[in-house]
Design a binder for this molecule. Structure first.
Ligand code: ASP
Length: 341
């Protein structure tokens, strides 16, 4: 039996950072150093090759062009490798994992995002466990076929569906959570894979890479006292094509007539408005309360239990696909990569 081939793609982030001796600030270092720092990688039962961004970035600088670069690296190495591990800063990792899940249609191999809260060179680093277990998860095979066939995120002993995650803590090693979908796997004494929750794609279909992302979108988070001129300024912007509204609870918003009228006017002019809850867990259910019935009535799209991160990626992706206006709502409300229930 041949050992699995894993491609490690280094984009940047804390995992590969060192302290600048003069300023004390964290900065990216040469990727080759990363392998020197973890000689254990050579002991794993797989063959590892690495590719690095020319200039590694802090993930706060991540953007759709870089997502496209990651997708292209995966696509051009797709047949040669059995799995992919993407090293990425934790700050925007959930956005990137979501975006890649939409860009890689018919994916049938593992793409596992990971990173760390402490640099790889730090004595108490969480980077080693995250990296080693991610590679092990990406190497898992059953009858010569990868066990995991989707975009995931691995952090602090848990494997999550990438487009279900949110970064919930800036300090704890347990930095991510997936409140609306169970963990795909856990790492303890044994690696426990929750097979029943894994995506099972159609293996007869070929990988299609879709990198056209339209960034003419916005997010509006509601709060008590939100003012009409501000909402008006956002909704009447000439450029905006899609707007995510972060509502209260199960998708509720103020029933003040000016608010509903502004949304209705924007929808008539062709703006796609998505209702996503501000709550970390649970789902939008428009019509459950009087405070969401009008939203449903005027044609607001339900984000159901999608995260804001996945909602952003899905909105950019579907706008980039130039769907017919009449189909947009139906397609958005349909789970495409397991991102909503
Ligand atoms: N600022 C860093 C980044 O997201 C934090 C991290 O890597 O965890 O790139």
């Amino acid at each position: 039996m041949q050992k699995p081939n894993i491609l490690l793609i280094y984009t940047g982030g804390t995992i590969g950072m060192i302290k600048d001796a003069d300023s004390g600030a964290l900065k990216a270092f040469d990727f080759d150093n990363l392998l020197d720092k973890i000689p254990e990688l050579r002991l794993l039962d797989c063959d590892i090759e690495t590719k690095s961004f020319n200039t590694p970035i802090d993930s706060s600088n991540m953007n759709p062009e870089y997502w496209g670069n990651i997708a292209e690296i995966i696509a051009s190495n797709y047949t040669a490798f059995d799995g992919f591990v993407v090293l990425h800063g934790s700050d925007t990792m959930s956005y990137s994992a979501s975006a890649l899940s939409f860009m890689l249609e018919n994916l049938s191999k593992p793409v596992i995002f990971t990173g760390s809260q402490l640099p790889i060179g730090d004595l108490r680093t969480d980077a080693k466990e995250n990296l080693i277990t991610s590679i092990q998860m990406a190497s898992l095979q059953n009858l010569g076929e990868p066990v995991i066939k989707e975009v995931c995120l691995y952090f602090e002993y848990k494997l999550y569906r990438g487009n279900r995650t949110t970064k919930i803590n800036a300090e704890h090693f347990e930095a991510f959570e997936s409140l609306n979908y169970p963990h795909l796997a856990e790492s303890g004494v044994h690696l426990k894979i929750n097979t029943e929750y894994l995506l099972q794609p159609n293996l007869d279909k070929e990988l299609v890479v879709r990198t056209a992302m339209d960034t003419n979108i916005g997010i509006l988070k509601l709060f008590p006292g939100i003012s009409k001129p501000i909402v008006e300024a956002v909704l009447r912007s000439q450029l905006i094509k899609g707007l995510i509204i972060e509502t209260y609870g199960s998708g509720n918003a103020t029933t003040e007539p000016w608010f509903i009228d502004l949304l209705e006017e924007a929808i008539h002019k062709g703006l796609h408005i998505i209702n996503v809850t501000q709550c970390a867990g649970g789902s939008v259910a428009m019509g459950q309360y009087e405070t969401s019935s009008q939203l449903k009535h005027i044609g607001v799209i339900s984000g159901k239990d999608i995260t804001t991160e996945a909602a952003v990626a899905k909105l950019m992706y579907l706008l980039g696909e130039n769907l017919e206006a009449k189909d947009f709502k139906t397609v958005y409300e349909t789970p495409l990569r397991g991102e909503m229930t």
